[in-house]
Design a protein around this ligand. Structure first.
Ligand code: WTA
Length: 661
């Protein structure tokens, strides 16, 4: 059922850590400071969700008040219908209107180091600065014909202009579709086609481990694969050489130069689309997850506030290390954080450039107080050695968070002790692109934590573990993780595919949102995620469909059939193992292996490159023709952890034997 290798150790975990005593003082007081308070507030959020969420929404600005807080049921639940607002307004203008225009909104650090002390170039943007930049770019987009409702594709590195571009889109009501800078030209073209997007915003290149990722080159290649792209706006970042098409390409700095620095916020219906974000599912091509304005804004605002205990007017500096190309970056670098008026730090590059202590160097220099990262990064840091964090003063840290995949208890303990000095609560947050924001999570001043468990539901989240018929399973029994009531941040659809939306999330268990993960609840009421129930694997915290990798393999002339499974991987959590049968005229060779790995990288992106690739005469199948993935997983795991004893012959024999069952 699961692709993660940590279940055994999780099952025997009984260490419990109450919130550190000092936490309440250090962080300017915890918003939620006891389990009694949590229980009481949770109960209220279940009994009176409209009252609860209405009060939260009242903390933000609305141009027109909503008629109803929540309405409708799955799959068509709506939030704040009749209300009008603008997310960009709440991120920027609202802070300025309240007299905080000179407060720091974004702290950005570039990857290349300059000068002494290991610092990269640093740019700090106040809310005023951000306002000017966002308005100019919003006007620039308009000058290129972008109107409310037009999808703008963004394929950039982690530069301030990426945040500016998303906020500018939100300001004028043009939904953005951000594509992670590690994806390929084909992936760009597919998403552009699906979203019917005519404008792409990119950079000449982006810095990654001292090298330039040729973003503009990839967009150029995408324009060969689709003829939809009419305009490409290019941020000059790396000054690498790029090709230029006068009709299509425009420099960011030139198109912004003469724009007005005021641009009114479009008045958006609460249910107007804010953005599209493509993510992998178990079948077919990636799906464009739709998030709308009001509910997403309110949900990410509140989760940011209470899960990270964000407090303005303190010395807090919040850093989420995700790329804005993923949902974590959308919700917890930009949209949830800016309305809370705590500086959000953006770092451009790799954690180990120029040295494996780069993150800790950043924490020390910027005095980061809340730090949010992925288990895969923590495992890499552990491997690189304690000496790197130990070189730095990390005493500014008050809170640590993780997201993206299950964290193994060993990594959790290391994070707590070596990074947190045993003094910081860890919030292990479970959520998904589809949920918009955190769903199962400790509250840092209240929840006792246990390594490997994401603990309790957030307010308003009616999470449960059920069987196929929708009935709850017993304590500690594995089952399907579902949410039984709509919450404000839920996806509103899959772009252009209503049936897939309804079938995937609501088609299997009547009246419930099916997350696609298996999980259990222990005797203390804590949730433990066990793994995906579908053919999605989680590679370094990034979601990938095994089918996507299979399709890209069979799109190569040499491959007739391919099966891809997850295999436990020390750093990535799950690695990718591929089994391929070859077409006549092709012989297995090391060279072909490398060609195929490269082919997948070209088709999808480097993150999808198989870690292990095996050629086989036949794939093990059941009588009904289904590929026996479990067997392949065993084979892959066996070869990965021990010597390469599984020869092709052995494998074929096993496959044949099992097929007789
Ligand atoms: C997994 C990332 C265990 C899970 C925000 C989920 C986790 C998928 C955790 C969503 C966690 C995310 N513990 N597993 N704390 N957080 N996952 O859409 O399988 O990129 O369904 O969203 O990641 O991945 P996505």
């Amino acid at each position: 059922m699961s692709d993660n290798g940590n279940i055994e150790s999780i099952l025997h975990e009984d260490r419990i850590f109450p919130p550190p005593e000092k936490f309440n003082d250090r962080i300017g007081g915890a918003y939620i400071n006891s389990m009694e308070k949590y229980d009481e507030m949770y109960a209220r959020s279940m009994e009176d969700p409209d009252g609860f969420w209405g009060e939260v929404a009242d903390q933000l600005d609305w141009f027109e008040r909503w008629d109803t807080v929540s309405s409708g049921a799955f799959p068509d639940a709506k939030w704040f219908e009749g209300g009008k607002t603008n997310v960009c307004h709440n991120c920027i203008d609202r802070q300025i209107n309240m007299g905080h225009g000179d407060d720091t909104a974004i702290i950005w650090e570039g990857e290349p180091t300059i000068g002494s002390g290991g610092s990269g170039e640093v740019r700090t943007l106040t809310y005023h600065d951000l306002h000017v930049e966002v308005c100019k770019f919003a006007n620039a987009l308009k000058s290129q014909g972008v109107k409310k409702g037009d999808v703008v594709t963004i394929y950039m590195g982690m530069v301030p202009e990426l945040a500016i571009a998303t906020l500018a889109c939100a300001r004028i009501g043009a939904p953005h579709s951000v594509i992670f800078g590690g994806f390929s030209s084909q992936a760009i073209a597919d998403r552009v086609e699906d979203a019917k997007s005519k404008v792409v915003v990119t950079c000449d290149g982006s810095w990654r481990r001292g090298k330039v990722v040729p973003l503009k080159y990839n967009v150029d290649a995408a324009t060969e694969l689709t003829d939809l792209i009419e305009k490409v706006i290019v941020v000059k970042r790396c000054e690498n050489e790029i090709a230029w098409n006068d009709e299509r390409d425009i420099w960011w700095h030139e198109v912004c130069e003469n724009q007005e620095d005021e641009c009114p916020c479009e008045s958006m219906d609460a249910e107007d689309m804010l953005f599209l974000l493509y993510t992998s599912g178990s079948t077919g091509k990636p799906k464009g997850i739709i998030h709308t304005t009001g509910g997403y804004m309110v949900y990410t605002y509140l989760t940011s506030k209470w899960v990270f205990n964000l407090r303005p007017d303190t010395d807090q500096v919040y850093w989420c290390t995700a790329d804005i190309g993923w949902i974590t970056g959308h919700s917890y670098i930009i949209y949830g954080v800016l309305p809370n008026r705590v500086p959000t730090l953006m770092y451009e590059g790799a954690p180990n450039f120029p040295e494996p202590d780069r993150f800790w160097n950043i924490v020390e220099r910027h005095k980061v107080t809340q730090f949010y990262t992925a288990p895969t990064a923590i495992r890499a840091f552990m491997k690189w050695g304690d000496e790197h964090p130990k070189k730095h003063d990390l005493s500014s840290l008050n809170l640590l968070g993780t997201v993206g995949e299950p964290i193994n208890p060993e990594a959790w303990m290391w994070y707590r002790e070596i990074i947190g000095g045993s003094n910081c609560p860890i919030v292990d947050t479970w959520w998904q692109t589809e949920t918009g924001g955190q769903m199962l999570t400790p509250l840092p001043g209240a929840t006792p934590t246990t390594p490997g468990s994401c603990t309790r539901p957030f307010f308003g989240v009616d999470a449960a573990i059920v069987q196929e018929d929708g009935t709850e399973v017993d304590t500690n029994s594995g089952g399907l993780l579902v949410v039984r009531k709509p919450w404000p941040g839920i996806l509103r659809g899959i772009f252009g595919d209503r049936d897939r939306f309804v079938d995937t999330y609501f088609g299997r268990i009547d009246g419930m949102y099916l997350a696609g993960d298996s999980a259990r609840v222990d005797e203390n009421g804590n949730f433990w995620i066990m793994g995906r129930i579908d053919d999605v694997i989680n590679v370094s915290g990034h979601r990938l469909g095994t089918m996507e990798v299979e399709s890209s393999l069979v799109s190569h002339e040499s491959v007739v059939e391919a099966a891809v499974v997850g295999v436990p991987h020390e750093i990535k959590g799950t690695g990718i193992a591929a089994f391929c049968t070859l077409a006549g005229g092709f012989e297995p060779s090391e060279e072909l292996k490398q060609t195929l790995r490269k082919h997948v990288a070209n088709e999808i992106g480097a993150i999808a490159k198989p870690d292990m690739l095996k050629f086989t005469d036949a794939l093990p199948k059941t009588r009904s023709g289904k590929i026996m993935r479990r067997l392949l997983r065993d084979v892959a795991a066996g070869t990965d952890s021990k010597q390469d004893i599984t020869t092709l012959e052995d494998f074929t024999v096993i496959a044949k034997l099992r097929a007789e069952d």
